[in-house]
Design a protein around this ligand. Structure first.
Ligand SMILES: Nc1ncnc2c1ncn2[C@@H]1O[C@H](COP(=O)(O)OP(=O)(O)OP(=O)(O)O)[C@@H](O)[C@H]1O
Ligand SMILES: O=P(O)(O)OC[C@H]1O[C@](O)(CO)[C@@H](O)[C@@H]1O
Ligand SMILES: [Mg+2]
Length: 494
């Protein structure tokens, strides 16, 4: 049973006792009845034969909310990812393709590698194509044949061996190409825009009644995709950012009144800047889009820089690229440029800020200032995934493969409170996660940097808390995953 929800997608929800809700993902049998099944070939695989209860129980679900109160309803759950006893594709029937879209991210090649190896080694599938250069590659480019041999070493390289792009999403041309090539499993790796694109591809495939499974693997270096615990590549990016912050610290500490400014990625969310700052401990000020700040006057950034230099002789500032964009557009003429996907192009806040700091010290103070600006933006994402991201990418890829083989479609995969789950597209595209500045993680950061609150007084924080979380006190990271949008509309189906 389902009900209409946003755009064309149908909310497949099942409710149980004590406020339990399963937000399920679509299945090919929802629109193609009587599809034949066959036993999962994994049960004959010697590597897995020793594993007790290797197959996921068909009732297993993963809870979205891990912190609950005695009287809380059980809340939203997602279907647990993993291999099923029955599959809906014979191995030699499968013709899979993989596409990567949006910006680069460490671990992209690992996901590609593990989809290919998972399909080959676990399910005996040997027809897999890479779509060259993102969505437009479906209809504008030749495909790339992917085998375990071709992908063997690619996890050691940054980037994506099949290329990526922004823009160029023409749904009907893409689905025509899927149909013409006889593709029946589509693995789509990309960020929020890509997952929106995957959702419309799934809708069109369903409309045409095709036996084609569409699986999304969420990617974003900014770690701003809701529901999932974290996105792959984020850990690697934070680690790589340490090198830039170290360099800024060494430079600043070696010269009179040295200031190191480091700009990191994060258009709308400051997760990379926040985690890189917390990890480093050398940072005196972290500026993110979620936390407004100002430059001049009492309690402003310039006053803080002067004070830190007088106290300590040097300082390091880390900024997310989306921080202070309001200040920038006030002083520069706003350009309003967009990339091919329609994302707003930001102006270089790091350069602008560095110049403003230099001007302030030259014109308003008698202090010497030595400022070094470091912009490692692309260096933190054009590298291979680290060990932890590589393991994570393997699980994501295998979860996607198990899901598609089991006939699920129109889903994205990811860990929810540590367990991999199949999540409906709308859940990961309906909003973007941001750092919650009333959360304990941001408080930890402020305690570590000692930066000013820039007018965010305890009173303001209390007000925000009253509005945002009526009864939940500061739960670590929990408020990032709060969801208030669809749950109230779900009808009871018990
Ligand atoms: N609403 C949408 N419907 C269909 N396709 C979309 C939509 N939004 C974006 N796309 C397509 O998805 C692809 C990737 O989008 P985008 O460039 O915004 O990157 P992304 O997936 O959000 O990743 P990131 O932001 O991490 O770089 C593009 O080809 C774009 O045309
Ligand atoms: O310069 P590009 O390739 O468009 O990508 C830049 C953007 O991609 C992101 O990393 C998102 O993936 C943003 O943080 C950043 O602004
Ligand atoms: Mg995006």
């Amino acid at each position: 049973m389902g009900m209409a929800c946003s755009e064309n997608s149908v909310l497949k929800a099942v409710s149980g006792e004590a406020g339990y809700v399963l937000e399920d993902v679509p299945h090919l049998t929802d629109y193609i009845p009587d599809l034949p099944t066959c036993p999962n070939p994994l049960q004959f695989n010697p590597a897995y034969s020793v594993v007790k209860q290797y197959f996921v129980n068909s009732d297993d679900t993963v809870t979205q909310k891990i912190v609950v109160h005695k009287s809380s309803p059980r809340g939203i759950h997602f279907r647990r990812a993993g291999p099923r006893q029955k599959v809906y594709f014979e191995p030699d029937e499968v013709h899979a393709c993989i596409v990567t879209c949006g910006g680069l991210c460490p671990g992209l090649n690992t996901v590609i590698r593990e989809i290919v190896c998972g399909l080959y080694n676990m399910y005996g599938v040997n027809r897999i194509l890479g779509i060259d250069g993102g969505y437009r590659g479906f209809y504008a480019r030749n495909t790339i044949t992917l085998t375990p041999k071709v992908v063997n070493d690619i996890h050691k390289r940054g980037g994506t061996i099949i290329g990526t792009s922004r823009g160029g999403h023409d749904t009907s041309k893409i689905v025509d190409s899927i149909q013409d090539r006889g593709i029946n499993q589509v693995y789509i790796i990309g960020g929020d825009g890509t997952q929106k694109g995957a959702a419309v591809i799934y809708e069109e495939i369903k409309r045409r009644g095709l036996k084609v499974a569409v699986a999304g693997i969420p990617k974003t270096i900014d770690n701003d995709i809701p529901v999932i615990d974290r996105s792959f590549g984020f850990d690697t990016a934070v680690e790589e950012a340490q090198r830039a912050i170290n360099a800024a610290h060494v430079e600043a500490g070696s010269i009179e009144n040295g200031v190191g400014v480091v700009k990191l990625m994060g258009r709308f969310s400051g997760f990379i800047a926040m985690y890189a700052t917390l990890a480093s401990r050398d940072v005196d000020c972290c500026l993110i889009p979620e936390s407004p700040f100002y430059l001049e006057g009492k309690g402003g950034l310039f006053e803080y820089i002067e004070r830190r230099l007088k106290e300590n002789g040097h300082m390091v500032i880390v900024m997310a690229e989306g921080a202070g964009q309001d200040l920038l557009s006030e002083s520069l003429q706003s350009m309003n440029l967009k990339d091919a996907s329609g994302n707003k192009l930001l102006q270089d806040v790091g350069l602008w800020m560095s110049q403003r700091i230099k001007d302030h010290f030259a014109l308003q103070t008698k202090m010497v200032l030595n400022l070094k600006y470091i912009d490692p933006t692309y260096m933190i994402r054009a590298i291979p995934g680290n060990a932890s991201d590589n393991v994570y990418c393997t699980l994501l890829a295998q979860s996607a493969v198990h899901g598609a083989m089991a006939g699920y479609t129109g889903f994205t995969v990811g860990p929810v409170n540590g367990r991999h789950a199949y999540i409906p597209f709308y859940r990961v595209t309906e909003k973007t996660n941001q750092v919650v500045i009333t959360d304990r993680m941001w408080a930890r950061l402020l305690a570590s940097t000692n930066q000013p609150s820039f007018g965010t007084t305890p009173k303001d924080v209390t007000e925000v808390m009253k509005e945002e979380e009526p009864q939940a006190p500061l739960l670590d990271g929990d408020s990032c995953n709060e969801d208030k949008i669809l749950t109230k509309d779900i009808p009871s189906m018990s």
